[in-house]
Design a binder for this molecule. Structure first.
Ligand SMILES: Cc1cc2ncn([C@H]3O[C@H](COP(=O)(O)O)[C@@H](O)[C@H]3O)c2cc1C
Ligand SMILES: O=C(O)c1cccnc1
Length: 350
């Protein structure tokens, strides 16, 4: 499999910074939007970046450990929510419609037979979801590699239709637990600091999730320096693996990556271990309320654009932040400069 991603070009950094600085505003006055404009220009290697329509890829899959009680919701909610996406009724449907984002729903391994359906991409790695990592590795090396390859292929296919902006979302009951295990291992953070309430566990449920995940980590007994591929196969899930692949595929095509929530960022931790260059294509959209997000963002040196206290996933944080990304490109392309507007940029001297 080819994980190689080109480095983001820095040939235009000085020219982009000059263009940003000559806009009719005090230096740096557009704050984070200025960094974003510079990043978008660098990724597209132009002073006039064009974003076009954003593509939201929502990957769904089931987790064997869900039946052990790591989530307050039953596993069936995964396929039921996929039906909700297809019917247009979930939060991500609403925000994608509102902000004119194209939604792609991908079955990476949901334990449910959907049959042939319009608007559902069938990329099932297994008809039953991952295995229970409390007992054995969640996936085989072959399954993991198939999921990564499929993710690369899907993102590249979307890129080849002309897309330049990719957002990632997920649905999979139990996937905050898998993400906690991955995050703890790849950022070398104590597991306890990576485990949160997910879809809404109460205090007792949280204690139970902590105990189960400590058991899972003890069973896997990975060395501290275990590589990302091993960690991914150990804890899953198929949606996380496919998102990691899709991130690599999108970056290989020079796309801008909009990163949402805790699970998507766990997938990114895997992707950057496989291809470190992916990091520079990422815009961190929303600061997840899951406690493990702290370790993720620190390890990626990331500063999310917004914090609305969301703890939903589905790509909602990315969909909500998309207009800000558009604003960054718009000011770079459309705002007048001191010269073009005839605005004085200095006190006259002498
Ligand atoms: C109705 C419903 C809709 C959702 N949409 C996203 N999630 C979110 O919750 C799940 C992760 O939480 P946990 O690890 O605790 O199961 C994921 O599916 C995630 O996308 C949802 C969860 C539910 C219940
Ligand atoms: O931050 C997330 O992505 C998240 C948090 C809780 C539940 N589902 C997703």
């Amino acid at each position: 499999m080819n994980f190689s991603v080109p480095r983001v070009d820095d040939a235009l950094v000085a020219a982009l910074q000059h263009k940003i600085d000559r806009k009719t505003k005090p230096l740096g006055a557009l704050g984070l939007l200025e960094k974003l404009a510079l990043q978008v220009g660098r990724i597209q290697n132009t002073l006039s970046p064009q974003l076009g329509e954003a593509q939201m890829l929502v990957f769904a899959a089931d987790h064997g450990a869900a039946k052990a009680g790591v989530s307050p919701f039953p596993q069936d909610v995964t396929w039921q929510m996929v039906e909700n996406y297809l019917a247009g009724g979930a939060a991500i449907n609403v925000f994608a419609r509102q902000n004119k984002i194209r939604l792609h729903v991908i079955d990476a391994g949901v334990a449910h037979e959907f049959g042939p359906r319009d608007n559902l991409i069938d990329a099932k790695i297994s008809p039953t979801g991952t295995r229970n990592y409390l007992e054995e590795p969640a996936m085989s090396a072959a399954e993991r590699d198939a999921a990564l390859a499929k993710g690369i292929e899907i993102a590249q296919r979307v890129a080849d239709s002309g897309a330049r902006v990719f957002a990632f979302g997920e649905m999979g009951i139990g996937n905050t637990a898998a993400s906690a295990l991955i995050t703890s291992q790849l950022t070398r953070t104590p597991l306890i600091d990576c485990i949160g309430r997910g879809a809404g566990l109460d205090d007792r449920g949280l204690e139970h999730k902590r105990a189960l995940l400590q058991r899972a980590a003890a069973r896997a007994a990975l060395p501290a320096d275990a590589d990302a591929l091993t960690v991914l196969a150990e804890f899953g899930g198929f949606e996380i693996a496919m998102i990691a692949g899709a991130m690599i595929g999108a970056a290989q095509r020079g796309g801008l990556l909009l990163i949402d929530g805790f699970i998507v960022t766990a997938a990114l931790l895997v992707a950057v271990r496989l291809a470190p260059e992916v990091r520079d294509y990422c815009v961190f959209c929303h600061h997840s309320a899951e406690p493990g997000a702290q370790a993720q963002l620190k390890s990626l040196a990331a500063e999310p654009l917004i914090d609305l206290g969301l703890r939903l996933g589905e790509g909602t944080g990315a969909a909500l932040a998309w207009p800000l990304v558009q604003s960054a490109a718009a000011f770079l392309n459309e705002m007048a400069s001191f010269e073009s507007a005839g605005v004085s940029d200095k006190e006259p001297r002498g």
